[in-house]
Design a binder for this molecule. Sequence first.
Ligand SMILES: Nc1nc2c(ncn2[C@@H]2O[C@H](COP(=O)(O)OP(=O)(O)OP(=O)(O)O)[C@@H](O)[C@H]2O)c(=O)[nH]1
Length: 232
Amino acid sequence: MLQRAGIALPEAGPSGEIAWLQALIDGLCELSSRDALTGALNRRSFELALDRELDRVARSGESALLLLLDLDHFKRVNDLHGHPVGDRVLQTVAQTLQQAVRPMDTVARIGGEEFALILPNCPPAFGEAVAERVRARLASRSLPLPGGDSLRITVSVGGAYAPAWVRSAARYWLARADAQLYRAKAEGRNRSCFEPSSLQPALARVSPDERALLFGTPPSAPPTARPGAAAE
Ligand SMILES: Nc1nc2c(ncn2[C@@H]2O[C@H](COP(=O)(O)OP(=O)(O)OP(=O)(O)O)[C@@H](O)[C@H]2O)c(=O)[nH]1
């Protein structure tokens, strides 16, 4: 199982038993953190990474950007070309995202045709350019089909920054990015949308509930999912 996933174990032997067991544990951890189809981080690991990043931003005051990406009209790809082609599209998207970002960034598949990028230390002045570069790179790829045709895909992107110096909760960060993704879909797809105040000081950007967390009063109610959002 590990070998099929490209994870190698050292030779087992009396002196190397502990190293072998450690490699086995590391390999199993690696395997359980990844999405089997694309090799990107899975939803559970993404949520852990999001919590870690939020914690870091609260302590360091650095800017971190969350991008949510959803393939446009992906159902049509499956319907027209079949699931195996749809699967290859998802693999190509994951590979392209991995190539488009820095090694320190997180690439995750968080739903059927939804991906997420966590970009630590990404100043607000650069965020929209990064999102646009990723979107354009995906739009420029073409996937060869059996029979000589090729397929192009586009994504809609929603971006939001973690509020610096604020001990917030990941669900609020996710909900803000998701609202922008919803806007990108509603405005015509194949585009990226950001919170309008993304260049304003950090505290001006936090929601009333995040403000409540900051000042120690309980938040009102969890954010509601956007209309039509898939249940996880
Ligand atoms: N091939 C393949 N398809 C998947 C996988 N997971 C989810 N899907 C498909 O993704 C499609 C998602 O369709 P919708 O939610 O209607 O979204 P959409 O067609 O991309 O439309 P918009 O998001 O509104 O642009 C469905 O057809 C799912 O079957 C997968 O692992 N492999």
